[in-house]
Write a protein that binds this ligand. Structure first.
Ligand code: SF4
Length: 128
């Protein structure tokens, strides 16, 4: 165990929408009993890509004692997910509705709202 940055989930705020599952490339998050959970500490690298997409502010980062991040554990988890046929939920650009299967999407926040925006629409968002 070591002290490191981990994703923290506020269960009171989590509504179980599942939007945070897809951005986690390591497969660390799953919905269990209607709430997002870090299913194994060694799968969470603490990068926080999930945080920007949470519509209810349930996600944050914290420093706490946890198992060290393990790339090997991520590989094993992803292989198990593939065997189960688990797939990500494709997200869509809030502006043009393009799927992440067509374009690269980035998470953006505006007035408390978490949105996905494709790289084509992002410049217009930045420059108006
Ligand atoms: S995006 Fe936020 S509210 Fe939705 S499941 Fe994840 S933590 Fe819960």
């Amino acid at each position: 165990m070591t002290s490191r940055t981990m994703v923290k989930i506020d269960e009171e705020l989590c509504n179980g929408c599942g939007l945070c599952i897809s951005p986690c490339a390591e497969g660390a998050l799953e919905i269990v009993d209607g709430k997002a959970r870090v299913i194994k500490d060694e799968l969470c690298d603490g990068a926080g890509f999930c945080i920007g997409v949470c519509p209810s502010g349930a996600l944050s980062l914290e420093n706490r004692e946890a198992e060290a991040f393990s790339e090997q554990a991520v590989i094993i988890k992803r292989e198990k997910d593939a065997e189960k046929g688990l797939k990500y939920i494709p997200q869509h650009c809030f502006s043009c509705n393009s799927s992440e299967e067509e374009k690269y999407l980035l998470p953006v926040k505006h007035k408390g709202e978490a949105l996905w925006c494709c790289t084509r629409c992002l410049p217009q968002l930045i420059h108006g």
